[in-house]
Design a binder for this molecule. Structure first.
Ligand code: NAD
Ligand code: TYD
Length: 353
């Protein structure tokens, strides 16, 4: 991976402090590790509620780093957020914390409104009181809805979220926009396509399918499996977020994508071949209600203004990801031994899995 772009802005003691929310999740943990590795003068405070998706062990290798601190707390709890700001005086915020899984938002949207909308409001209010210098809202291409067979999402594409998850992310993006407009709040929004890589919770397509295939279990493909997603390696995404933090213009939205469209069937077959399993393990199951057909991102603005583009070659990134899940099977097995089983039954039981 290339060097991070730009230098950190410095706080009172010459050391920048970034408050990262949701740093124990998939993308957040990759981001925290990347910043700590590449910026010895940046302190990273990870504020995370450790929900089902948050795992402190994702950053085990960073625990001994004096520039890293984990604070367990909920972004919906204003007193807890105020406390961490008072203790650490961060000068930058990168806001990842969210409920992130579309299928769960279909089963119950309440936690999505609470964390993604109300939690973002708390983050904005407290960041504003503390005169934060830069704030990045980590958002998703799903706020744009679904594409037909052609075309790409640009930053000008109207918001048309289709799932409760996407609606909650669109709502939080609009709150951020309103704070920039009304309060001159120094925020930037990034909207990224589907991520893959190490530490992704095994409810999302790629880690779920790897995990099932490793155990010779069938993989549930929703509907005809011809839906298209634009896949990006998580480290490329993290580089894009960091470039937006350091080089982005306040008030701007930057789309980030992998320039890598695949149908779910293509991806499923590739995973099956990488794991050396038979295609008979594919099960077409009932489709996801309201399933978006195609996502594809035009990230030329990020290339022009941030000097960023994705660099991981999908075939290499996917092979390394499969390898990582092979080597870290205990990590996934531990997650899957708990409340995950209940979720799996609720989500897939009636689909015959
Ligand atoms: P994730 O579900 O793996 O992790 C979410 C993290 O947030 C967990 O550590 C969890 O404990 C924490 N969290 C949840 N609720 C919280 C709360 N109330 N207070 C504090 N912490 C809380 O999610 P992810 O896939 O890493 O996604 C991170 C962000 O990136 C989200 O905002 C998501 O919308 C966005 N995003 C994800 C993708 C993707 O492909 N996964 C793509 C584009 C954007
Ligand atoms: P997912 O990883 O949940 O990401 P998103 O819904 O945010 O795009 O799903 C990626 C694609 O894979 C999406 O089209 C839904 C499909 N999918 C399945 O076919 N089966 C599954 O079990 C899951 C979890 C997803």
């Amino acid at each position: 991976m290339g060097k991070l772009l730009g230098q950190s802005s410095s706080g009172e003691n010459g050391v920048a402090t970034i408050l990262v929310t949701g740093g124990c999740g998939f993308i957040g943990s990759n981001y925290v590790r990347l910043v700590l590795q590449q910026e010895p003068n940046t302190r990273v405070i990870n504020f995370d509620a450790l929900t089902y998706a948050g795992n402190a062990a994702n950053l085990k290798d960073c625990e001994a780093n004096p520039n890293y601190r984990l604070v367990v707390g909920d972004i919906g709890d204003r007193a807890a957020v105020e406390k961490v700001f008072a203790e650490e005086s961060p000068n930058e915020v990168v806001h990842f914390a969210a409920e992130s899984h579309v299928d769960r938002s279909i089963l119950d949207s309440s936690p999505f409104i609470r964390t993604n909308v109300q939690g973002t409001q708390v983050m904005l209010d407290v960041s504003r009181v503390h005169n934060i210098e830069r704030y990045v809202q980590v958002s998703t291409d799903e706020v744009y809805g679904s594409l037909g067979d052609t075309g790409f999402f640009t930053e000008e594409t109207p918001l048309a979220p289709n799932s409760p998850y996407a609606a909650s992310k669109a709502a939080s993006d609009l709150l951020v926009r309103s704070y920039v407009h009304t309060h001159r709040f120094p925020a930037i929004i990034t909207r990224c396509s589907n991520n893959y890589g190490p530490f992704q919770f095994p409810e999302k397509l790629i880690p779920l399918f790897i995990s099932n295939l490793q155990s010779d279990l069938a993989v549930p493909v929703y509907g005809d499996g011809l839906q298209v997603r634009d896949w990006i390696h998580v480290v490329d995404h993290c580089q894009g977020i960091h470039a937006a933090l350091r080089k982005g213009k306040v008030g701007m939205v930057y789309n980030l994508g992998g320039l890598c469209e695949k149908t779910n069937m293509e991806l499923t077959k590739t995973l099956i071949h990488l794991l050396g399993k038979p295609e008979t393990l594919i099960r077409h199951v009932a489709d996801r209600p309201g399933h978006d057909r195609r996502y594809a991102i035009d990230c030329s603005l990020a290339e022009k203004e941030l000097g960023w583009r994705p660099t991981t070659i999908f075939e290499d990134g996917l092979r390394e990801t499969v390898e990582w899940y092979r080597e870290n099977r205990a990590w996934a097995d531990e997650i899957k031994s708990g409340a995950y089983r209940q979720y799996y039954r609720a989500q897939y039981g009636h689909r015959g899995m």
